[in-house]
Design a protein around this ligand. Structure first.
Ligand code: SPV
Ligand code: MG
Length: 292
């Protein structure tokens, strides 16, 4: 569609630009719409957030076709590009290229793939973090690129070398292989409380591709400090789903305790807010136009 073409151009341009791009997590149609309303230029369809919204663990408990159906609501809800967390690609090179082709057909702007074995486990979970052979993973990137043959669809290669404890040299070695294979950007992930290792990576990076980082554990970092070493693309990866948990817990607990709902009426969105957000007015206009 025209919209999909435009969204891909927007994301590609934003990633390549040295301006700071903050990609905000969303996990369903509504949160995606609210991220757009807040002014974010792109949305991260987070695997952690979407699986959590399904009450599933972030280790490929949901299948990729379930993910695809879920993401369709997010794409339809907004006019900002959506970057999908593709985990480790859901199998081998052949699964990767079919998965990526289906994302493309649903109007997604780009995908991020990580170099871990399938099924993957969330990077912060303290179970086993098993890396894929870098050349096997490079084959995934090539297969996806060859299948789509559209340079505007972004494929971000994410290395989990630092997450798995393999060290900075291995992270750089892997990133080089992935850039050679055609990755449009490299995501360097870290679970450190300090941005140091991510900044060291950036300082040693060849500059072959733009860089992306996910400051979840090093949340104290000043984004401008990352930008200064060449990391101009950030993902705020899980702040919507964590808000949902905090907020719903509060509402549920206080209603349960009070045994009534009057005290909360003015602290939550009105039903009218919902109607405005989803443009019911437009439906009534169309009704006059199309019904006799
Ligand atoms: C996600 O948001 O699902 C991510 C980022 O992949 S992380 O949770 O840090 O692995
Ligand atoms: Mg993920």
């Amino acid at each position: 569609s025209k919209k999909a073409i435009r969204m891909r151009q927007v994301l590609k341009q934003a990633l390549a630009s040295p301006n700071l791009l903050c990609i905000m997590e969303a996990h369903d149609g509504l949160s995606t719409r609210l991220a757009e309303e807040a002014g974010f230029d792109a949305v991260w369809a987070s695997g952690l957030a979407i699986s959590t919204a399904m009450a599933l663990r972030d280790c490929n408990e949901a299948t990729w076709s379930q993910l695809l159906d879920h993401i369709e609501f997010m794409v339809d809800a907004v006019n900002v590009p959506i970057l999908v967390d593709g985990d480790s690609g859901h199998g081998n090179f052949n699964n990767v290229r079919r998965f990526v082709q289906k994302l493309y057909e649903r109007g997604i702007a780009g995908v991020c793939l990580e170099d871990k074995v399938f099924p993957k486990l969330n990077s912060f979970a303290n179970g086993q973090q098993e890396l894929l052979d870098p050349f096997v993973f490079a084959g995934f990137i090539k297969a996806a690129k060859d299948r789509l043959a559209d340079d505007n669809f972004i494929i971000i290669a994410r290395t989990e070398a630092l997450i798995a404890g393999a060290g900075l040299e291995d992270a750089l070695h892997r990133a080089n292989i992935y850039a050679e294979a055609g990755a449009d950007a490299i995501l360097i992930h870290s679970k450190s409380k300090s941005p140091r290792e991510v900044m060291d990576f950036a300082s040693s990076w060849s500059g072959k591709t733009p860089l992306v980082a996910v400051p979840t554990t090093y949340y104290d970092v000043n984004p401008q400090d990352l930008q200064r070493v060449g990391i101009s693309n950030l993902i705020w990866a899980n702040h919507a789903i964590r808000t949902v948990i905090t907020s719903l817990r509060g509402t549920y607990a206080s209603i349960k305790q009070a045994g009534n709902i009057s005290f909360i009426e003015n602290n939550i969105a009105s039903v009218n807010d919902i109607f405005e957000l989803l443009d019911y007015q437009r439906l009534y206009q169309d009704e006059r136009k199309y019904s006799s």
